[in-house]
Design a protein around this ligand. Structure first.
Ligand code: NAG
Ligand code: NAG
Length: 196
């Protein structure tokens, strides 16, 4: 809104660190490497309300793609501790290091930029915060919200048609509510500047 000459699609925000953390949590549980975990999704804000969603995740176990539920074989962990560990990882790193993450954040920035540059593999997607207007999941408009995206010819596209169950919907709504609040606060500042 403050930089109308720059196309909206030229802005993206980093949720790849959260995405990578979610992949590595699943990989560690399965005793495989994180690059064998694909199609993870981080929905929403880069904060503790983010929702790491494993419902569309594919895990390559001994050359075969299986769901995260089949690979991990612990639904209670996937629906509980897995989510809270990823949500709180940023705070946990700060507590342990007295500093925020450095190398893993740098790696995530490289992954984010590389995928914009080279595109994502056909049939695969990654997580990235992009503007929500016109999104197919009913997320409120005018937010920068993390979605599953595929990238081709340096242009991102929100992956459409993924089934969302009630469990996921509630968590997507909660993180959206946080961003709506933040958006409205920011816009109210813009308004008062215009008046004075
Ligand atoms: C927006 O992104 C496109 C594609 O990467 C680029 O060609 C264009 O220069 C960018 N526009 C601005 C104003 O930064
Ligand atoms: C959204 O996440 C950012 C980055 O962690 C944080 O600064 C911001 O406070 C969060 N929004 C709200 C409303 O909590």
């Amino acid at each position: 809104k403050s930089a109308p000459s720059i196309p909206k699609e030229n802005f993206s925000c980093l949720t790849r660190l959260d995405h990578n953390r979610a992949c590595s949590q699943v990989a560690m549980r399965c005793g495989i490497s994180a690059n064998s975990v694909k199609n993870m999704i981080i929905w929403g804000n880069h904060s503790s309300t983010q929702y790491p969603d494993i419902h569309h995740c594919k895990v390559n176990v001994q050359g075969k793609d299986v769901t995260a539920f089949d690979a991990v074989k612990d639904d209670a962990w996937l629906k509980g501790e897995f989510i809270s560990t990823v949500q709180r990882r940023g705070a946990a790193v700060i507590k342990a290091r007295k500093l925020s993450s450095a190398m893993s954040a740098a790696k995530a920035i490289c992954d984010h930029m590389r995928d914009i540059w080279t595109g994502t593999t056909e049939g695969e997607f990654i997580s990235m915060g992009v503007y929500s207007t016109g999104n197919p999941y009913g997320v409120p408009e005018d937010l920068i919200y993390s979605f599953p995206v595929s990238i081709k010819d340096k242009a991102w596209k929100i992956v459409d048609g993924l089934a969302i169950n009630d469990f996921s919907k509630a968590k997507m709504d909660a993180t959206a509510a946080e961003l709506v609040e933040e958006r409205d606060t920011a816009v109210s500042f813009l308004g008062s500047t215009a008046v004075t």
